[in-house]
Design a protein around this ligand. Structure first.
Ligand code: F1P
Length: 347
């Protein structure tokens, strides 16, 4: 801590050292694969982690819904490392899935918000996300902290395995340290325009969310958040899969939310936007600042600050959380206590 205060130790490095990641370093280096187990929003964080860990650390990752994993007969060995992600730390499906993996000798690393919770207690090591205890049921801040921890984890694992250049590591650490001010700027500068967009579309019967690559899990999360706190049906899809079915839904009444920030598949997402436009769907796009092409195509757009493409999804989800919030409140819903949902799903 003293080193960190003196500026000698990166805060991310500090978080990981305190977390006990070192404790399972040998297991991680020997791991045949990493299996991520979670539910709901936490599962979406896990899906993005698969992209990050495979890209940066070149380890095979599988992402499992705990509710499926616990009831099937998965192949688990003592060489497997399981990452459990849970805000509440009490989700019954995740807990039982972990007990099953532990009984077969796997090592368990937890990314949990609630200190001392049941899931935290059965892990071999872990990181607490410390996102706070709010009354809100739908996971928003917890999701952002899960993502930052998972990206830090991927970077550290890449360093252990020597699969990342010092330059890229330094660049990503710097961009991560810039995240708080960029998040702040989205919250302050885009709030009003997002509220206007929500007003315009709050009576739509259904929404489609599309993204590719690192933004695909964000499309899933955007759709889930809308369902949870506005009760509007929404579907998240990989943009390239659209032509294999969902495109039949598109007409002038369907708002289609694109997560279209600048990345290696940007040209492809632009052509997906053109396909929707040709079918008269309403385009709402989350785009990088100064992206004239995407801005020109969208009916409504929300810009976010530029950052590295690996980090961009952490910023891109914030306007989607706000959009759901304003659609929900605009429809008179108590977004902190959505019907039928519980903060901890313990059965
Ligand atoms: C998982 C989860 C949340 C969702 C809702 C129900 O919880 O699906 O993502 O928003 O609250 O539970 P957790 O395991 O992350 O606590």
């Amino acid at each position: 801590i003293t080193d960190s205060l003196r500026g000698r130790l990166d805060p991310i490095e500090l978080t990981l050292r305190l977390s006990g990641l070192e404790k399972i370093k040998d297991k991680l280096l020997q791991a045949r694969r990493i299996i991520i187990v979670a539910c709901g929003t936490s599962w979406h964080a896990g899906l993005l982690a698969e992209y990050w860990i495979e890209e940066l650390a070149r380890v095979n990752v599988e992402v499992e819904y705990a509710s499926e994993f616990r009831y099937r007969n998965p192949i688990i060995t003592p060489e497997d490392v399981i990452i459990a992600i849970s805000q509440s730390g009490e989700t019954a499906d995740t807990l039982v899935a972990l007990e099953k993996a532990k009984a077969q000798g796997a090592t368990i690393f937890g990314i949990v918000n609630v200190v001392g919770s049941s899931i935290a207690r059965i892990t071999d090591a872990g990181i607490y996300t410390h996102a706070g205890h709010e009354i809100g049921v739908a996971s928003t801040k917890a999701f952002i902290t899960q993502l930052t921890v998972l990206l830090s984890f991927a970077l550290k694992l890449a360093e252990y395995r020597n699969t990342i250049s010092p330059e890229l590591q330094k660049q990503l650490f710097k961009e991560m340290n810039d995240l708080p001010s960029k998040v702040e700027s989205i919250l302050t500068e885009s709030k009003d325009s997002i509220k206007q967009i929500a007003e315009k579309y709050k009576n739509a019967g259904s929404f489609l969310y599309l993204g590719r690559g690192y933004n695909f899990p964000i499309a899933l999360e955007g759709a889930l958040k809308l369902k949870e706190i506005s009760y509007i049906h929404a579907e998240g899809y990989p943009a390239a899969e659209m032509k294999h079915g969902p495109i039949a839904l598109v007409d002038e009444n369907l708002p289609v939310v694109f997560i279209a920030t600048k990345d290696r598949v940007h040209e492809k997402i632009i052509s997906n936007m053109q396909e929707i436009k040709a079918r008269r769907g309403k385009l709402i796009a989350v785009v990088s600042q100064n992206d004239q092409l995407a801005l020109g195509l969208a009916d409504d757009s929300i810009t976010i600050p530029e950052t590295h493409e690996l980090i961009s999804p952490i910023l891109a989800v914030i306007p989607l959380q706000l959009l759901s919030y304003y659609v929900g409140t605009g429809r008179g819903i108590d977004v902190d206590k959505p019907r039928n949902l519980a903060k901890s799903v313990t059965v």
